[in-house]
Design a protein around this ligand. Structure first.
Ligand code: 4AD
Ligand code: MG
Length: 434
């Protein structure tokens, strides 16, 4: 084969391609030979195509070499495009030449292997069609989030991941040895975003967050992608309006731009295009009433566990906000409600159909005295928060913010059973390799 550019596999499927010569290169998803004919399924980033090669066309040496290429081996092909109703996509490339670029070793991934084995071989398993589709949708979610925030004039910032204090109470923070002193991996960028807020008024960060929770649930990772936003001059109503517009924007962008991947993964794109703001708002107190009427053993002050969140959203096709939680259930920095001092100006956004919390947000306490008092109640070491308290000493303004778990929203959007399917190399209590 002489030099020159290669064609993307997708080129084979455009109507005008029939009868033309193409030059392709890529990986073999399948390979078999019978009666002097080789059948290959060749894949590149744009698609897959059936390639056939005949011994009498290729010559004995080239035919034998091509026959020995393993699944996931790499070849270059020059051939002509034929319409063939039996081939996938009704097109086939008949090879005039096949060059082996990497024959490879026998591919260890096969059907019906255990989930543990597949997790051990995750670096190879992520080539599967479902994983490829999933991570393309994830890229679209990230792009849409950034696009929306850019349109809303929210500035992207880069808070640290390593810190000398554990932001939201140390219990769930991973501790590391920082040159002989304790260090922590970030659980949230919020406190840093509140500092970056003052000169910029609207800031966000997309960072990994780490949670040392031993919870083996289908919605907990120990490392996840966290999108956090902090907005000045924002009350709870404005915060929820911002969140729901953002979720709607992401659903619509993904529905429009990744219809094939969604369909392949069993999620009709129309369902995401049908997600429209406003989303229902339900006060915590009313949620408790509704749940106890359904027989759940809950009362004022009970945390909403997975089963309760599920019951509240099982019948719903749109996300639901739960607002005004008892302040004991929530973090120290949340603003006390004016009309009911037992509650805070906070809201969780629950995904439909029992997929659980996707976003947690609140208005922040701006008053130095009340914030200090709440910190003391939680037993936090005050000296670690001195820098944060400075923010209430210099130019303190009303503000609010939220954190969205990227894998949580993706799990719902793609209706994945387990959150680990939404990230290429999942970190869970039982696994941090490969
Ligand atoms: O509700 P959380 O803990 O809130 C905070 O960290 C706030 N400081 C955020 C803020 O206001 N800036 O976490 C926010 C979101 C949750 O709603 C959930 O979507 C996701 O982060 N999340 C997780 N995702 C995957 N695995 C875990 N273990 C998660 N824990 C939280
Ligand atoms: Mg939360």
């Amino acid at each position: 084969m002489s030099g020159g550019a290669f064609d993307p596999v997708a080129r084979v499927f455009v109507p005008e391609a029939a009868g033309t010569t193409v030059r392709l290169r890529g990986w073999l998803s399948k390979s078999r030979s019978s009666g002097g004919i080789l059948f290959l399924l060749l894949r590149d980033r744009t698609g897959s195509v059936q390639v056939t090669g005949k011994r009498d066309v290729l010559g004995d040496a080239a035919f034998d070499a091509a026959t020995h290429v393993q699944v996931e081996g790499v070849v270059a092909v020059e051939g002509t495009v034929h319409s063939d109703p039996r081939a996938p996509g009704q097109r086939e490339v008949r090879a005039g030449a096949i060059t082996v670029l990497h024959a490879g070793e026998p591919f260890p991934i096969m059907a019906d292997q255990t989930e543990e084995f597949r997790l051990d071989k995750r670096h190879l398993v992520i080539r599967s069609a479902d994983h490829v589709a999933t991570f393309r949708v994830k890229a679209e979610v990230l792009r849409a989030l950034r696009e929306f925030l850019d349109q809303e004039e929210v500035l992207e910032t880069t808070p640290p991941i390593l810190s000398g204090n554990a932001a939201e109470g140390g219990a769930e923070a991973f501790q590391i040895d920082y040159f002989g002193r304790p260090g922590y991996l970030s659980q949230t960028a919020q406190l840093y975003l509140e500092a970056l807020l003052v000169p910029n008024e609207r800031v966000y960060a997309l960072t990994p967050s780490f949670r040392a929770e031993k919870s083996r649930t289908p919605r907990h990772l120990t490392e996840y992608q966290h999108l956090e936003v902090e907005l000045a001059w924002c009350d709870l109503a404005e915060l929820l309006a911002f969140e729901e517009r953002m979720v709607e924007y992401v659903c619509h962008a993904v529905g429009r731009r990744r219809p094939h991947e969604l369909t392949q993964l069993g999620r009709p794109p129309e369902e995401l295009l049908a997600i429209t703001a406003p989303f229902p708002r339900l006060r915590y107190a009313d949620a408790i009433d509704r749940l106890s009427a359904q027989g759940f053993p809950v009362q004022w002050g009970s945390d909403l566990a997975t089963a309760e969140e599920r019951a509240l959203t099982l019948e719903s096709h749109t996300p639901i906000f739960i607002t005004h939680f008892p302040r004991e259930l929530k973090a120290f920095y949340m603003l006390r409600s004016e009309d009911d001092p037992r509650t805070v100006e906070a809201a969780d956004l629950l995904a439909p159909e029992g997929y659980g919390e996707m976003v947690g947000g609140s208005c922040r306490e701006t008053d130095l005295g009340r914030l200090t008092e709440r910190l003391k109640e939680t037993g936090a070491p005050l000296e670690e928060y001195e820098w944060y308290l400075d923010l209430r000493r210099h130019g303190s303004v009303p503000h609010a913010g939220f954190g969205l778990g990227v894998e949580r929203i993706l799990r719902w959007m793609l209706r994945r059973e387990h959150i680990r399917e939404t990230t290429p190399f999942p970190r869970t209590p039982s696994r941090h390799t490969p």
